[in-house]
Design a protein around this ligand. Structure first.
Ligand code: GCU
Length: 680
């Protein structure tokens, strides 16, 4: 039975006879043109995969020509045997790219996997193994690829006591207590999984940071992880608490313009690099949700970020500063705060600073329009922050494949800096021109045997890595890869599982927050519906966001309301200000409308809300039924795990629908549309 520990690296026995013969031949003579710790990792991966796929150990040759089949190495290492065209092509693939394909040499054809660095070779090998697992490998064709985004990063929100903020898969996999002495084998499997996707950076600790991570004791622990991850091409970042100069530095202030404070950061950072010479840098959440920051000293975000950036710069480190800011004092629409604080600072951040922006302006809601900071600044590096952990999307009990959501955001047209610009084009530098590029995902990984709690949480980790490598991939092609790697070659099951995955996100939006509704979940735990939440800070309540009353529902962010819409490009602001032109999926995000407002379908808004909630429930039920029909095709443990969770998901979908519709009806005072199941 399969418990999910192997993730998508569960190399199954090959059933296709031709492929098996071919793989057998290739694995019988593998030659490395050079030496590197990364090549040792490749050897191990080939040992594992070969044993599992063809039940044989691979043969590593000590000499190039005699009996070898597969050649591996960097372009430089292979330069004597590579054709000129190949050399040029590979060089253009940059630091992390790879080329794999047939090479004719002295009358024989070899299969080569080449990068500009050993880690490029590693990525090429993982891609090669994937092509075997998914039965798309053809030894006669060449393939090359390189990542479009430079930093492809996981953000763990893991605390030093091993609890995980918004983590639903057990405790943190970082066992700080036993480090540096004890190396959990899981660290290696974690690194393998990330490298197989091209993830090359991880921030180990919570953005709500604990300054202790920057003490010498913890640096020694982090060093062990950095050393382990290095040959996998993964750099370690840590979260820096802005008040650390006071908490662990004995200073009375953390004012970024105080010379003692900049000296603290410089010394701390030098010390960090003495342990981890390729340390990635810091990730900082400042002046947000009570976290300390430069505003305490009447300094702005740029002044705050630059002092840390200057400490990192001599070592080539990067400072990632989050744009997720909102504070108690501000009584503006929270949607506007990041743009209000960051637009005026455009051009004021150092070159080694990236501003990490959540995909939307509120907070990882099931659906948000893209964040208006994308496209609003010209001389500031912007990185994307997605949330892989499903804080607002059913946590670990629901199957919600998130790639369609990320695809929707990445493909959104920003109209700035050019009329055709998209969010992806800003993130990867093609439209923005930025050199330093970043896509970060808040991790859903924990100590659960299957890493992510829900088996399909693995698909979200996988999809994040794939989309960070190439933000233009479609969620459908990524789903197909993951399904084949996770469940094996089962054509009928593939079609159904893919359908389940691709409809799951829209289903969740429908039964949670259709038509642009948002932030109506339970308070603080963020689980389940609670549109009635009131009291406390206005922008922590639900009423603040939906504003339902006897006349209508929705948040007016147009000119007659908070005017957050004006933070988008004029093309968008104009079109979306009109409730008849705005895509209906964003309707109540920007408009407060009467219950009888006519939707494109001809239904009233009230009826439309009912129909969406109902459709969400029906889709969840269909997902459950479709899954049940696959019993014979699937491993019993995997089948049962997902079957039970889907039953919970259906109940939760009904719970959301019933709670929201019954509650909103108390304002709308209208009967439910005849075609829906009556909520009770
Ligand atoms: C959300 C989440 C917090 C988290 C915050 C952040 O508000 O609920 O737990 O700290 O995002 O991204 O900083």
């Amino acid at each position: 039975a399969k418990d999910g520990y192997e993730l998508w690296l569960d190399y199954r026995p090959l059933e296709n006879a031709n492929l098996k013969t071919e793989v057998d031949r290739l694995f019988s003579g593998v030659f490395f043109f050079g030496q590197s710790p990364t090549y040792e990792i490749i050897r191990k991966e080939l040992e594992i995969s070969s044993q599992q796929m063809i039940e044989k150990a691979p043969v590593f040759s000590m000499e190039r020509l005699a009996k070898t089949q597969v050649w591996m190495g960097t372009r430089e290492e292979l330069s004597q045997v590579l054709g000129l065209d190949q050399q040029v092509q590979i060089r253009e693939l940059g630091e992390d790219g790879y080329w794999r394909g047939p090479i004719d040499f002295q009358g024989k054809t070899y299969y080569a996997i080449v990068g500009n660095r050993p880690v490029g070779v590693l990525y090429g090998v993982f891609d090669w193994l994937k092509s075997i697992q998914t039965e798309t490998f053809n030894p006669k064709t060449e393939k090359s690829d390189s990542p479009k985004v430079k930093l492809r990063m996981l953000n763990h929100w893991d605390n030093l006591d091993r609890t995980v903020e918004r983590g639903y898969a057990g405790f943190s996999i970082w066992d700080w207590h036993k480090l540096p002495g004890y190396i959990d084998p899981r660290y290696i499997d974690y690194a393998r999984a990330n490298a197989s996707l091209g993830i090359n950076a991880v921030s180990l600790t919570n953005v709500n940071a604990n300054a202790r991570i920057l003490t010498t004791d913890f640096m020694k622990k982090a060093k062990v992880l950095a050393d382990l991850f290095r040959p996998y091409g993964i750099k370690v970042f840590l979260t820096a608490r802005f008040s650390a100069p006071m908490e662990i530095g004995g200073l009375k202030t953390a004012d970024p313009l105080d010379p003692a404070v900049s000296e603290f950061w410089k010394k701390k950072t030098d010390e960090m690099y003495s342990f981890i010479p390729d340390f990635g840098g810091y990730l900082v959440k400042a002046n947000s949700e009570g976290q300390p920051g430069p505003h305490e000293y009447q300094r702005n975000h740029a002044e705050g970020a630059n002092v840390l950036a200057d400490a990192l710069a001599p070592h080539g480190g990067i400072l990632i500063w989050r744009a997720f800011v909102y504070s108690h004092e501000i009584d503006e629409d929270r949607h506007k705060q990041a743009n209000l604080e960051f637009e005026p600072l455009d051009g004021k951040f150092r070159d080694n600073v990236i501003i990490q922006v959540k995909n939307g302006a509120i907070d990882f809601m099931p659906r948000e329009p893209f964040h208006p900071l994308f496209g609003a600044v010209k001389n500031t590096n912007l990185g994307m922050e997605f949330q892989i952990t499903q804080e607002y999307l059913g946590q670990a009990t629901q199957l919600v494949y998130l790639a369609p959501m990320w695809e929707e955001v990445l493909r959104s047209q920003t109209y700035r800096p050019t009329p055709n610009s998209t969010v992806a084009g800003i993130i990867d530098g093609t439209d923005s021109g930025q050199k330093l590029t970043l896509m970060a995902g808040v991790s859903n990984i924990g100590t659960d045997r299957n890493w992510t709690g829900h088996l399909f949480g693995q698909a979200n980790w996988f999809a994040f890595g794939r989309q960070a490598w190439d933000p233009y991939l479609t969620s459908a092609e990524v789903a197909e890869e993951w399904i084949k790697m996770t469940f094996g070659q089962k054509p009928e099951a593939l079609v159904k599982i893919k359908e389940i995955m691709l409809e799951s996100r829209e289903a969740a939006v429908n039964y949670m927050t259709p038509l642009g509704l948002h932030h109506i979940m339970g308070r603080s735990h963020h689980y389940g519906p609670a549109p009635w939440v009131e009291g406390g800070r206005a922008d922590w309540t639900s009423l603040y966001y939906h504003l339902a009353d006897s006349l209508g529902i929705g948040f007016d962010r147009t000119g007659s309301g908070s005017n957050a819409i004006a933070q988008y490009a004029p093309e968008i602001a104009k079109a979306w200000s009109d409730p008849n032109q705005i895509p209906e999926k964003y309707l109540l995000w920007f408009h407060h409308l009467p219950w009888d407002f006519k939707l494109k379908s001809g239904k009233t808004l009230w009826e439309g809300i009912g129909l969406h909630y109902d459709l969400g429930v029906k889709t969840a039920r269909k997902m459950e039924a479709d899954w049940k029909s696959l019993e014979a095709d699937l491993d019993s443990e995997q089948f049962d795990h997902v079957r039970q969770l889907l039953a919970i998901q259906v109940q939760e979908a009904e719970w959301w629908r019933n709670a929201c519709l019954l509650y909103f009806q108390t304002f709308a005072n209208r009967p439910f549309p005849a075609e829906i199941e009556k909520p009770e």
